[in-house]
Design a protein around this ligand. Structure first.
Ligand SMILES: [Zn+2]
Length: 304
């Protein structure tokens, strides 16, 4: 059985060998069969034909013009997808930008993301793939989890959480309460319990302003498609070549728990009372509207 990593390496090797690339060729996409989407916009290395590097001239400070690659994050995203497959025997969706960030920044709004027409096409292809993945997850499973994989150079030992201070996981918080974002059984609570050094810690503290969630998690997370979107900013100690497999295995284990805790229909969970309590908590916070269908995910792997 060919591994995802192996497949991606072959795809990327072919891309490097072939001449003229189409915009879609610079976006690596894998269709999944579970409500989990792994994204890596900043780990690419390839040039965009007929496109000079971006200069960022005249951009406002809020554009946060950066051309540096998030080293190792393309490989880490692939390793996470592979580890999830090894653990669950089910594939997550995977969307990776193979083009280098110096030509296009897929984690920025379009007005700050590219400076030439070929790069615009690559940007559009990436977001088309990601939007299709989110729409499909919402249609097939009613809700989902998106992990946007990045690298930060500020602290090698830390993994920063970015949810726009909870906005990009609105579905989760409404249905399961704040504990689902800041408690021991939250995504980052479970990562911390397995040895990750996380920020914020305590988990209820404010997120670091520079890493609190960019364009991707804000555009695709939240209630629009009932996607819980997290930006994960990894220090180098987690994305070095010799560390990726362990990082990926831990994330896969936590993703499995996350699916069971937060992405299954209440009647199919193993802990129905927990769900009942969460609903009560949510209702007691003034959420009196009927919960829409999309607040409940279909059971993992259930046919359409
Ligand atoms: Zn990044």
């Amino acid at each position: 059985m060919a591994s995802i990593c192996g497949f991606l390496n072959i795809v990327l090797a072919l891309l490097a060998l072939t001449g003229e690339k189409q915009p879609d060729d610079l976006v690596v996409f894998q269709r999944g069969n579970i409500p989990v989407i792994i994204v890596a916009p900043h780990g690419g290395t390839l040039p965009i034909p007929n496109c000079p590097p971006r200069k960022g001239e005249g951009l406002p400070k809020r554009a946060r013009f950066i051309t540096a690659q998030d080293v190792g994050t393309r490989e880490l995203a692939s390793a996470i997808a592979e580890a999830i497959y090894q653990r669950l025997k089910e594939k997550p969706y995977l969307v990776i930008l193979a083009a280098h960030r110096k030509y296009v920044d897929a984690n920025r709004p379009p007005e700050f993301a590219f400076e030439c027409e070929p790069a615009r096409k690559v940007y559009d292809a990436f977001h088309r793939a990601l939007e299709n993945a989110c729409q499909e997850v919402e249609q097939r499973f009613s809700c989902g989890l998106l992990l946007d994989i990045h690298g930060q150079g500020q602290n090698p030992e830390l993994v920063y959480r970015g949810t726009a201070h909870g906005k990009t996981v609105e579905r989760l918080r409404k249905l399961y309460g704040e504990e689902a974002l800041t408690g021991e059984k939250s995504l980052f609570g479970m990562l911390k319990a397995r040895g990750f050094k996380v920020y914020p810690d305590p988990l209820g503290n404010p997120e670091w302003p520079g890493y609190s969630g960019g364009y991707i998690v804000r555009r695709y997370g939240g209630e629009r498609w009932a996607i819980d979107a997290y930006q994960l900013e990894f220090g180098i100690n987690y994305r070095r070549k010799d560390a990726r497999a362990e990082t990926a295995a831990i994330i896969a284990e936590v993703v499995e728990h996350y699916i069971k805790l937060y992405l299954q229909r209440p009647q199919e969970t193993s802990e129905p009372r927990f769900i009942e309590q969460s609903l009560k908590i949510s209702l007691s916070r003034g959420l009196t509207e009927k919960f829409p269908r999309r607040d409940y995910c279909l059971f993992l792997g259930q046919p359409l």
